[in-house]
Design a protein around this ligand. Structure first.
Ligand SMILES: [Zn+2]
Length: 118
């Protein structure tokens, strides 16, 4: 097991890591590598984009590779207006009402097309 040197973005310390404490990630959809580690000095999780060359070196040092894919939701069409902070605030107040779900379902059933928040 080799020692890997890295720099923590939070505390700015140079740290030495065992390969078993580093995770190498590859997003298969965009062919982008990154690695993560928990800083032994400040305990902050660091995530660092990296090159194919460094990724190869980390694999040779015994770092385990995890391949992942972008979530399918990214490719779904998004219809309608963008949710605003006012929408979120309105939704928050709606959730405080009793029977809010039943009220919304009733409104949706009445209009049979577009639910509105009250
Ligand atoms: Zn740190």
């Amino acid at each position: 097991m080799r020692t890997i040197k890295a720099n923590c973005k939070e505390c700015k310390h140079d740290v030495e890591l065992k390969s078993s404490t580093v995770r190498l990630l590859k997003c298969q959809d965009i062919s982008q590598f990154s690695y993560t580690f928990v800083c032994p000095n400040c305990s902050v999780i660091n995530s660092v984009l990296t090159t194919d060359k460094v990724a190869g070196m980390l694999i040779n040092y015994g770092v385990k590779l995890f391949v992942w894919h972008l979530p399918e939701e990214i490719y779904e069409p998004h219809i309608g207006s963008v949710v605003t902070y006012d929408d979120l605030l309105q939704f928050h107040f709606l959730l405080e009402k009793q029977n809010w779900l039943e009220q919304q379902v009733a409104l949706f059933d009445q209009k049979s097309q577009k639910p509105e928040l009250y």
